[in-house]
Design a protein around this ligand. Structure first.
Ligand code: SF4
Ligand code: SF4
Length: 309
């Protein structure tokens, strides 16, 4: 692929996320050749690495595209260095003054139990806090980093905090953008990164620090079964036609753009696959009972006036 073709492909990809005219070819050209590209450090805390896997497994090689617009300094999965050598990269980086974006995947151990997660011979909490102090933007990738998610489910005895809470505890005022979903949705991350690269500021966020572009509405408000919900046509079993509310769908209480996001997830989202939303992007995920059946008519009343988007 020649350079012009690469820029056109990138522009087309970003147009599906930002809307048609957010980036011109000339702008992308300037961003790609800029000498002031931000650096990127991506750290895995207490996570299953699913968010990295989600990003790296996208149909288009997003990491290749991203690497032309930021300097990827540290990512445990894609960098060649390992062991002591990889820790030296972070050590050397301490004196660098470049513009830095920090991405954290997974929850972070509490102040009281920092040894719950180590990287090299250091508490990962210290590594994250020290890196965040230098960063202009900190991104919590996925539900664990944003709201604890699986790390805080019933039966887990892990004393952990979210990225935002950790930085507040350590008086680090770097702005945090939360990108909840289990796993992370690659288009959410690309949007946040490219918005920052272009504007050198965070995208507009809601009170929970999530980009408004993706988290302004519930799954329910955009759902393909919205009309079925209003008409009270409910699926009785997974695979039946109709709204999945009575099978425990949590779309009405989960804010995310899973449906109508204009990308692969539009084709492959949970509900279109016939499965109720389990609220993976919610601040309450995972609930104690994921699929509690909702036979109570009063619950239907509660959501029936939600508008269709
Ligand atoms: S309850 Fe679930 S399946 Fe039914 S309309 Fe809402 S989001 Fe869609
Ligand atoms: S539909 Fe629900 S469970 Fe599925 S990805 Fe979206 S928020 Fe997560």
């Amino acid at each position: 692929m020649d350079r012009r073709e690469f820029l056109k492909t990138t522009q087309a990809l970003l147009a599906t996320i930002f809307g048609s005219s957010f980036f011109s070819i000339e702008e992308l050209d300037a961003m790609e050749t800029s000498e002031n590209k931000p650096d990127l450090i991506w750290i895995h805390a207490m996570s299953c690495d699913g968010c990295s896997t989600s990003f790296l497994n996208a149909e288009i090689p997003l990491v290749d595209i991203l690497s032309r617009f930021v300097n990827i300094v540290f990512h445990p999965t894609v960098m060649a260095a390992e062991g002591r050598l990889s820790m030296e990269i972070l050590k050397k980086y301490e004196d660098t003054q470049n513009d830095l974006i920090l991405i954290v995947e997974g929850a972070i151990p509490s102040k009281e139990l920092p040894h719950a997660c180590m990287m090299g011979e250091e508490f990962i909490r210290d590594t994250i806090v020290n890196t965040a102090r230098k960063a202009s933007l900190a991104i919590a990738a996925g539900t664990c980093a944003s709201f604890l998610g699986i790390c805080d489910m019933k039966g887990m005895h892990i004393d952990a905090v979210s990225l935002k809470k950790c930085l507040e505890e350590e008086s680090v005022d770097t702005p945090v953008v939360n990108l909840p979903a289990c796993p992370l949705k690659p288009n959410h991350l690309l949007y946040t990164l490219f918005y920052y690269i272009k504007n050198r500021k965070t995208p507009p966020v809601d009170l929970m620090h999530r980009p408004l572009r993706f988290f302004g509405n519930t799954v329910h408000e955009r759902c393909v079964y919205y009309n079925d919900f209003q008409e009270k046509i409910f699926a009785k079993r997974i695979g039946d036609r109709g709204c999945l509310f009575k099978l425990g769908c949590q779309g009405p209480v989960t804010k995310c753009d899973c449906i109508k996001s204009g990308n692969d997830y539009d084709k492959y989202n949970c509900i279109k696959s016939g499965h109720p939303c389990i609220g993976c992007a919610s601040e309450n995920f995972p609930r104690n009972i994921l699929f509690k059946r909702a036979d109570d008519e009063r619950k239907l009343e509660k959501y029936k006036d939600f508008k269709r988007i």
